[in-house]
Design a protein around this ligand. Sequence first.
Ligand code: NAD
Length: 502
Amino acid sequence: MCAANRIAKINRMAALSESDLLAGVPDQLFIGGKWVASLTGSTLDVADPSTGTTIKSIADASAGDARAAMDAAADAQADWATTPARQRGELLRRAFDLLQERKDQFALLMTLEMGKPVAEALSEVAYGGEFLRWFSEEAVRISGRYGTNPEGTGRVIVTHRPVGPCYLITPWNFPLAMATRKIAPALAAGCTVIIKPASLTPLTTLYFAKLLEEVGLPAGVVNVVTTASSGDISEPILADPRLRKLSFTGSTPVGVSLLKQAADGVLRTSMELGGNAPFIVFEDADLGRAVDGAMSAKFRNIGQACTAGNRFIVQASIAEEFTARVTERVKALKVGRGTEEGVAVGPLIDERAIAKVSALLEDAVARGAKVHTGGSAIDREGTFFEPTVISGVKPGSDILSEEIFGPVMSITTFTDEADAVRTANDTQYGLVGYVFTRDLARGQRLIDSLETGMMGLNIGMLSNAAAPFGGVKQSGLGREGGLEGIHEYLSPKYTLTPDPFA
Ligand code: NAD
């Protein structure tokens, strides 16, 4: 970003008052087009992880509220499905436009409730917004098929119908983008939704629902339930025969338990689950590019991304140089509240995250890993952890099999391509892999041999609304974004009619 743009951005953000912004965020549930208190009257506190202080109290939904949201989504389904696709698309497009006008507000809100640096929050607004624009365009391109059957006796007609009311569950790490990545394709396809954001970061979804209300979305098409009791409110929704689809983004264990519940209703499911991304650097790689890629794959979102590089697997001949270069870069990262100028690493989401990252590091070091920089939580207000680099991580260390979800780069080495592929695939996860090599044929081989749904080839960041995001193995089922994304919310319908000439 050029200096003038950067200064303009800082001035814009500085003009935004945190308290005014928070006062404008709804604190109630959004059901059937109305803002309502929870039936039990209970509330849920949302904290700023950089200070630990409560920034807003909002409605804490109960099972009764969940049933009301289900009723609203079911009641609105038929009208929304028959609303012309152009009209559905134009509503999404208006939402995209209004989001651009409010990008600073959404960015600051995410920084306040989740902790990411404002510059990254602005990138998330751009990324999350693109799902609204992309699916506003896709809404009018839901095509079908017409043809003669092979026997010549009939005509085959294939159309695509909205699956029906959907339940969307999102995580805390990308509060806006994980919501728009589900809401936009569902609405484009003609489905109504109930969305349940993570209890740690529900404000962005409430603020987004307000935006949808402002652009004129009909009542009941999007319903928001915020709660501290996710299981209790999900149960009646998942058990309701009117629900037709569950789309979940979150951890693999919670996803597995939801899949079991979804089985009872034979629900369509989309599951965007955990990751354990290998980041492979071959000795023929452009090392500068690999180091840049590593920094973005690891430290984006404070390391709390499903696509975060989790295992840095570097060819032994260049491991020392790679480690030295990333260590130098990591030492220069500024840690602090996401609203401060120049901060690259904000707080972790909560104390549990600090405990988990600390335990993984302790285990790795006890087994012989070497710490190059960082290594512990920071003794200050909020939940901050030092940006860390470790190398010589031994096989069997927990850090190689679990998602770190923190600013810790864990480096191991390999000898040849077969060794790299074997190591990379040695995990139950299969979301994304990163490969750095100048050898085109090798890069192409790795596309096939890495057991992942996505691959960054000489690049450390790949998410894009126009591409199918998703994993294989225990990283999930289905895809979000791209041409594929809308089909998660559509069912093909086949009709046969006798051949008119027969
Ligand atoms: P989580 O599984 O703890 O929670 C995710 C969501 O599920 C939250 O809204 C939570 O309130 C809800 N939830 C928890 N228990 C539930 C239950 N019993 N019934 C219904 N809902 C329940 O995950 P998290 O800590 O919020 O997010 C981090 C995880 O999400 C990581 O594993 C990360 O890899 C994954 N993730 C995956 C993707 C992807 O696209 N594959 C994207 C972002 C995050």
